[in-house]
Design a protein around this ligand. Structure first.
Ligand SMILES: [Ca+2]
Ligand SMILES: [Ca+2]
Ligand SMILES: [Ca+2]
Length: 262
């Protein structure tokens, strides 16, 4: 291949690389690191309830607010038959235990606001886990809303009173309980399951809301690895791929002639 042809191919590769690319991470919370892109977080029960074995909060092992025992799987070192968060897991998660109590007779709500300015084609990912013998009255909902108005329900967790689930603890012991929480036809277990959804809409602020009503001290629910991916808006309105290719093909003979004239 002549040097000029190589130059042309390099230019072609360069122009093609300017075409729309894959989505990147733009916001995150409930992981090992500090939140990313988080503008605001509201939760009236973040400081805890009167009873320390109830929770509706961002938590992690070691505190500052200590997770209730129902959320912790300490079975690797002690007798424990109920839990989600293994002793090896030190990062943040959102934990719910018996949030229907004397401090809060109804459902509880927590809200995250993320900066999504300049992005579209957003995709939300979240890991979910639950363990317990739930009732039909136990449920959770995740909603989204853009400042521009589009909104909707993301996930609905509801009890399947005709099913049973086998939970495996870090000791290796298996516990089978009736009535698991189901999300999109999947029975949650105490090992985290990843869920992924595209979000229809654009805006500068995305609000995510968790609403939950769990009534019972032996029922645990946890979320972690909340992350938001998206594509930059300017790439979507840039030079279309077909135009880029046409421009390159027109430029090739000109580049070749220019090289020969030198
Ligand atoms: Ca039940
Ligand atoms: Ca209760
Ligand atoms: Ca219950």
């Amino acid at each position: 291949m002549s040097p000029s042809a190589r130059t042309s191919l390099a230019l072609t590769a360069c122009l093609l690389s300017a075409a729309p690319t894959h989505a990147g991470l733009i916001a995150a919370d409930l992981g090992d690191a500090a939140p990313q892109g988080l503008l605001d977080y509201q939760n009236p029960f973040q400081a805890g309830f009167s009873a320390s074995d109830d929770a509706f909060a961002r938590l992690r092992r070691g505190g500052p607010l200590l997770p209730p025992a129902a959320l912790l799987d300490d079975s690797a070192t002690t007798t424990d038959i109920l839990g989600i968060v293994a002793e090896s897991m030190s990062g943040w998660f959102f934990g719910v235990v018996d949030n229907v109590n004397s401090d809060s007779p109804g459902s509880a709500t927590a809200q995250w606001q993320f900066d999504v300015t300049g992005f579209h084609n957003l995709t939300l990912a979240l890991d979910m886990a639950a363990m317990g013998d739930f009732e039909a009255s136990d449920y959770f909902l995740w909603h989204f809303a853009f400042d521009t108005g589009s909104s909707g329900t993301l996930w609905r967790g509801q009890t399947d009173e005709s099913a049973a689930q086998t939970y495996r603890l870090s000791s290796g012991a298996e516990v089978t309980l009736n009535d698991p929480l189901m999300v999109d036809g999947v029975a949650l277990s105490n090992n985290f399951t990843s869920f992924l959804l595209p979000l229809a809409g654009v805006g500068s602020t995305l609000t995510l809301t968790l609403e939950a009503a769990l009534n019972g001290g032996q029922e645990a629910l946890a979320f972690r690895h909340l992350s938001l991916a998206g594509s930059p808006l300017e790439r979507a309105t840039g030079v279309p791929l077909a135009s880029t290719l046409a421009l390159t093909l027109v430029a090739l003979p000109w580049l070749y002639r220019r090289k020969r004239l030198r």
